[in-house]
Every structure is written in structure tokens, then in C-alpha cells.
Design a protein around this ligand. Structure first.
Ligand code: SF4
Length: 323
């Protein structure tokens, strides 16, 4: 017995020493630390009155040299997903809102800190590359450019890096945007007050999309501060008010309900969410539905995709009822 206890104690000691270290014995965050030490990245605290969150958050800042617009994985000619989505890589690594199983948490392995977004600060380069993107001979009217919709949040950092307000005059200019391409935002924040700074004549080509779910589903999915368990994102009711504000400013509003989760009584929760949307007077131009995707459990992904068919008919019915 004593021997066993000693053996497990020894294992525990070894584990404690090795937690957070690579095979070579370096701390798991050696790469991010090295970037700060060699001056390539700098740490910056963002106050809550700028991010709109309930406490300050820390990010890394740097400048992005290449691939300012990303396109890979955004559809191709062989699949159902048309290749028309481009995205400005305004940041990288998980955005800081801490969603469970966010695909960005481990996308870059040790090269990003899942709790500290890497936010790029060379705004003029992003503006310049967007100008060139709009005028490219292959550009078609249906092509869209996102503002960090794939690897960041379009409005969480708008108080620090005002990409949306910088780009609005460009997208509204018929000479510089001859095809009338749209700029797509996607946010889990309630930061639509930034959109009020955009001139009314510069709003038509901007689409404000909101990542929303019923409150109880958001609670299951969206991140929480580790010490208190309080959710990092705002309550859904506040986010719906922010949607209405954007809509009243004249922006086209869309919603993305993703991931769909189906705990007990999910039908009532989604029905009540759709009723709230209608009662507030929001008219989302598009509803995009996404199933829970798990890159490891491919089998469960198939199951959920099949299950989703019944979900789609349910939500379609509910939307019809409230129309
Ligand atoms: S909002 Fe998107 S990028 Fe940010 S943590 Fe959640 S899933 Fe990841």
C-alpha cells in the first residue's frame, strides 16, 4: 500500500513539473513569450469601456505582413458552398470571448495564446488591400469581404482598430467599389454604437450580422470568466437591442444561429428566441443555421447533420408563424 502511494505521489510530482511544458522542457507558451521578448508582438490591455466587456482584456498587438485577405476554406466549386467569401485577417487566434470548443483555440497550436487574441495594427495596409480587392478584374457583385468574421470578431476591437469605420467610405464609393460588393460584419458583442459614427450615405454596402442563440444555449456555449463563471458576452436581450439599433441606423441585419444545441426543451427555447426577435421588431434579412461541428468526432457530426433536418423544419415553421 505504502509503495503504491509513493509511486502515485511520484507520478503526481512528475506531472506537476511537466504540466505546460514541451518535450524539450520549455514552457508551453514559449513561442508567444519569445515574440514579446524580441519585440515582434506587444501586450496591450483593453479597457472595458472600449471593448464593451465587463472587465479589461489583454491582447497581443503586431503588424501583419502577408495574406491580409484570406480565402482558403471559404468554399470551392466542388461543394455546395460557393466560393464567394473573402475575409480580412484583422486578428488571429481565438477572439477572446472564450467559446467552448472554438476551432481557433488550437488552430495555431503553441503559436497563439487561446486567451489573448493577436490583433493586427497596420490599418492602412488593410485599407489598401481592400481597395485592390474591390478593383480586381475577377471581382463579381456577389463576392463579399468580411471584417475578421472567420478569425476574430468584427466589433469587439472596433474601439481599438476601427476597420469598419475606415472601410465604410470605400465600400460606398461607386468608383472604388464598381461592383457594389458588400462588407460583412459578424459579432457576438453589443457594440453597434460604433456604427453610428458611419455617415448615413456610407451604410448601404455594410451588412451587420449577429451570432446569437437563445440565452440558455449561449450559456452552454459562450465563454465564461474562469474565476466567477460569469459569461463574457452580453445577455442576448442586450444583443438584440444592439441589433435593433443597427437596423434603425439603416444597416442590413442578419443572424447566424450557430451552433444549434439541443438540450431538453430546446424547441421552447428556440421558439421563445424567435418570438423575442419578432416582438422587438427585428427583421433579419437572412437566418444562417449551423450545426455543432466536432472535428474529432466525425461520427457525431454526421449524426447531428442528419438531426439538423428536423431542426430546420422546426425553425422554418416558427419563422413562418411570426411573419
Ligand atoms: S466568438 Fe468565435 S472566434 Fe471568438 S471565441 Fe467564440 S467561436 Fe471563437
Amino acid at each position: 500500500m505504502i509503495e503504491l502511494a509513493n509511486a502515485s505521489q511520484k507520478r503526481a510530482e512528475v506531472n506537476v513539473r511537466q504540466i505546460g511544458r514541451t518535450a524539450e522542457g520549455r514552457t508551453i507558451d514559449w513561442y508567444t513569450i519569445e515574440q514579446v521578448q524580441n519585440g515582434a508582438w506587444r501586450e496591450e490591455e483593453i479597457a472595458q469601456d472600449i471593448s464593451g466587456l465587463s472587465r479589461p482584456i489583454t491582447v497581443y498587438r503586431s503588424s501583419r505582413k502577408t495574406n491580409l485577405i484570406v480565402y482558403d476554406w471559404h468554399g470551392d466549386k466542388q461543394t455546395f458552398c460557393p466560393p464567394m467569401w473573402w475575409d480580412l485577417a484583422i486578428g488571429s487566434g481565438a477572439c477572446g470571448l472564450g467559446c467552448r470548443a472554438c476551432f481557433l483555440m488550437l488552430t495555431h497550436r503553441i503559436k497563439r495564446d487561446p486567451s489573448r487574441h493577436l490583433l493586427y495594427d497596420n490599418l492602412d495596409d488593410f485599407l489598401h488591400v481592400s481597395e485592390k480587392w474591390l478593383l480586381h478584374p475577377s471581382r463579381r457583385r456577389q463576392h463579399t469581404l468580411g471584417v475578421g468574421i472567420d478569425r476574430s470578431d468584427s466589433l469587439l476591437y472596433e474601439g481599438v482598430v476601427p476597420h469598419v469605420r475606415n472601410l465604410a467610405p470605400l465600400f460606398s464609393d461607386s468608383i472604388r467599389n464598381p461592383n457594389g460588393n458588400k462588407l460583412i460584419l459578424l459579432t457576438k458583442t453589443a457594440n453597434t454604437h460604433f456604427l453610428a459614427d458611419i455617415l448615413p450615405t456610407h451604410r448601404a454596402k455594410i451588412v451587420a450580422s449577429f451570432s446569437l442563440n437563445p440565452e440558455s444555449i449561449a450559456d452552454l456555449w459562450e465563454g465564461k470568466w474562469p474565476d466567477t463563471g460569469e459569461r463574457i458576452t452580453h445577455p442576448i436581450s442586450q444583443r438584440l437591442e444592439a441589433v435593433k439599433y443597427a437596423q434603425d441606423l439603416g444597416f442590413e441585419a442578419r443572424v447566424r444561429v450557430d451552433p444549434i444545441l439541443t438540450p431538453e426543451n430546446w424547441e421552447e427555447q428556440y421558439a421563445s428566441f424567435i418570438a423575442d426577435v419578432k416582438n422587438i421588431g427585428i427583421n433579419f434579412r437572412y437566418w444562417t443555421l449551423g450545426t455543432y461541428r466536432d472535428s474529432v468526432e466525425y461520427g457525431s457530426m454526421l449524426f447531428i447533420s442528419a438531426f439538423c433536418c428536423s431542426w430546420i423544419s422546426f425553425v422554418t415553421r416558427k419563422l413562418e408563424e411570426y411573419r
